[in-house]
Write a protein that binds this ligand. Structure first.
Ligand code: WT7
Length: 648
């Protein structure tokens, strides 16, 4: 085997110069920068640090000034079918109102604002209004539980929380304000809660929702002084707001993501470097033509994809985009194709899980719809299997569209690897190569390059503009997690290989992080949650292969002897624990399978062998059990799993 030659890295000055040129090109600066990257204190990089700009001005004002204020920025459609559209001029006016309102509420530079909203225009308006006044937003996906919300509000020390009366998903109303009330306590940092009307009031009435389940203002929990209606507060404000210039490294947002421990990490991104790479990649990776394209990324703004490729990238590029609030199958299974046809979507960016779902439902679903406007398709979040890649191209893209598989992470801020959109030939399942200006390699445990086709660890070699600047409040964890395993290099947590053509293939996580339907979950966090339930003595959680969601959560639990009577039948305990995990973390963490077992496979020193459990859960030979303190336990667990399968 030949080794993949160590990649040739440019000198730091040359690397910096490439991105400096792009930063000048793609952004509007209030004060031009002279400095490029500063890498004198790794792993804490700065980019363009002496420059100044306003991120919201880059997303809005400059387009109006350039004469494209009447271009549609957002075609928004709610799940029940209600529609709103915003030109860049209209979006700017709303963002100005919100920025003025936040300032009136005492929010200023560096203050943290938690946004806990459905995918409605106000979520984007709130994010941009924070950026406009130098406040730091932290969007918490509205599917997270009150407990998860509370942990994030506390960690960030948020002064303002923005939520809605309710969210609409699969035809049902979830009481978001109720969740916020449950999450917030007297002692917290939060001074105000702004509540967007989505399911009650006039907006809700028009939707004919079953408002019985929606939280209503007359109900419990409206705290006068703290709680205010978004529309009332904004109505009182001017739609003009002068954007202030902020230093390039001003924090833009914190986004919490799961790690290998029970506590989520607040990934910190700053302004100019982040925006440079988000804008540059959004334009080049998808071959964006802002004058004629209609772009649609299906991600929620609660995830990094929504930050970089729904909000900051597309808006700073002056793109026209579609945003859809609801589930792909509501009210019918071809909802997405209906939207592609209605808005003549030309660039469509989604996740493999969704593609596989449509594959199962079948091509005929799309038949009644005209999808001929599509010219570029994108995929993100997890490895896309070649069958799904081809199905996507042939059945959604009509056979001729490129499918751009993009690899990146919350921590990388923007796309790091993707095939070129103008390539003649693609390799389904491979992300192929880093984007220009990014340097990735695949290395062995000792840091040396792997051979062709040999699986190793994926690392990034030089600082890049949109890299995370740290973990909120925990610089040591940032260093430990990403920069200590391979000194001087960023460790991604992913395994990968480089084939004999030099193309890159992702091979899944190497740590205890799961990827369920493109969402990151931590085994440790779910174990900690299970362990906090009175029934549970101990538990082990693994991510097991799942045809639909890529991976699914499988939990093995040992019940406390003292609780056996209370827990009742195993089936009852399983139901209780599944609900518990859902309530504590959110529906996305809900295990596909919970198995009550007499014990967990442990080494003599007490370490749980999750690898054996994963093998069993994936129906593979369990492997070597001789190092276990009880060598018979895996046979018992496998037998229970097999019994579970026949019950299904
Ligand atoms: C992890 C990052 C980036 C936005 C969505 C997820 C996996 C992501 C791909 C891809 C194979 C991928 C990796 C990565 N991942 N994209 N194209 N091919 N794996 O963001 O929650 O930060 O998760 O998702 O394992 O480390 P995230």
């Amino acid at each position: 085997m030949t080794t993949t030659s160590p990649i040739r890295l440019p000198a730091l000055a040359e690397h910096s110069a490439l991105w400096e040129g792009r930063a000048r090109n793609v952004l509007t600066w209030r004060r031009p920068f002279l400095q490029g990257v500063n890498w004198s204190d790794p792993p804490f990089a700065t980019w363009f640090a002496d420059g100044e700009l306003n991120v919201s001005e880059n997303c809005l004002d400059r387009h109006v000034a350039a004469g494209i204020g009447d271009r549609i920025a957002i075609y928004w459609e709610g799940e029940p079918g209600d529609r709103v559209q915003f030109t860049y001029r209209e979006l700017l006016a709303e963002v100005c109102r919100a920025a003025n309102a936040f300032a009136t509420l005492g929010i200023g530079k560096g203050d943290r604002v938690v946004i806990y909203l459905p995918l409605i225009p106000e979520a984007i308006i709130a994010m941009l209004a924070c950026a406009r006044i130098g406040a730091i937003h932290s969007v918490v996906f509205a599917g997270f539980s009150p407990q998860s919300l509370r942990a994030r509000v506390d960690d960030a020390g948020a002064k303002l929380v923005i939520t809605a009366d309710g969210g609409i998903r699969k035809g049902k109303v979830t009481p978001l304000k109720g969740a916020v009330d449950e999450a917030l306590t007297e002692a917290q940092s939060v001074e105000h809660v702004l509540v967007v009307q989505r399911t009650s009031g006039e907006r809700g009435e028009r939707l004919n929702l079953e408002t019985g389940s929606a939280w209503m203002p007359e109900g419990v929990g409206w705290r006068p002084g703290r709680d205010m209606w978004w529309h009332e507060v904004l109505d009182a404000e001017s739609s003009v707001h002068e954007p202030e210039a902020f230093a390039a490294e001003t924090p833009l947002f914190i986004l919490y993501t799961s790690g290998t421990t029970g506590a989520p990490k607040g990934i910190v991104h700053t302004s100019a470097g982040y925006l440079t790479q988000a804008v540059f990649t959004h334009s080049t990776v998808f071959d964006l033509r802002p004058e004629s394209d209609v772009y649609w990324c299906t991600a929620d703004v609660g995830w990094i994809t929504g930050h970089s490729y729904v909000v900051y990238g597309p808006l700073a590029n002056g793109a026209t985009q579609v945003i859809y609030e609801g589930a792909p199958d509501t009210p019918h299974h071809a909802r997405w194709w209906e939207l592609v046809e209605r808005y003549r979507v030309s660039i469509f960016y989604t996740a493999p899980t969704a593609i596989r779902t449509f594959m199962r439902l079948g091509r005929q679903l799309a038949d009644p719809y005209d999808l001929s406007s599509l010219r570029v398709l994108g995929s993100v979040g997890e490895p896309i299997n070649p069958e799904a890649w081809e199905w996507f191209r042939d059945n959604v893209g009509g056979g001729g569209t490129p499918v751009i598989d993009t690899w990146w992470q919350t921590e990388t801020g923007a796309v790091m690897a993707a095939p070129g959109v103008h390539q003649e030939v693609f390799k389904p399942g491979s992300v192929q190569h880093p984007v220009s200006g990014v340097h990735l390699s695949v290395v062995r445990d000792d840091g040396t390059p792997t051979a062709h086709d040999e699986i190793g660890f994926l690392v990034a070699e030089l600082p890049w503009p949109s890299m995370a600047r740290g973990i909120w409040g925990d610089p040591d964890r940032f260093v430990d997690t990403y920069w200590s395993r391979f000194p001087g290099r960023y460790f991604t947590g992913d395994s990968a290989l480089v084939d004999s053509d030099g193309d890159l293939w992702l091979r899944g996580r190497v740590d205890d992080v799961m990827n369920v339907a493109g969402h990151r979950l931590s085994t440790a966090e779910i174990e900690a949650t299970l362990g906090a339930h009175p029934y549970v003595a101990e538990s082990a959680v693994v991510g097991a292969f799942d045809e639909k969601s890529g991976q699914a959560v499988v939990a093995f639990v040992v019940l406390k002897d003292s609780q056996r009577a209370a827990a009742g039948e195993d089936a009852h305990a399983v139901t209780v624990l599944r609900t518990w995990v859902r309530d504590q973390i959110g529906a996305i963490a809900s295990p596909r399978q919970i198995l009550v077992v007499p014990d967990l496979p442990k080494t003599r020193s007490g370490k749980i062998m999750r690898r054996l459990l994963r093998n069993a859960a994936e129906d593979r030979p369990v492997g070597d059990v001789t190092t276990l303190s009880d060598t018979s336990i895996m046979a018992v667990i496998s037998a229970r799993l097999a019994a579970g399968h026949t019950e299904d």
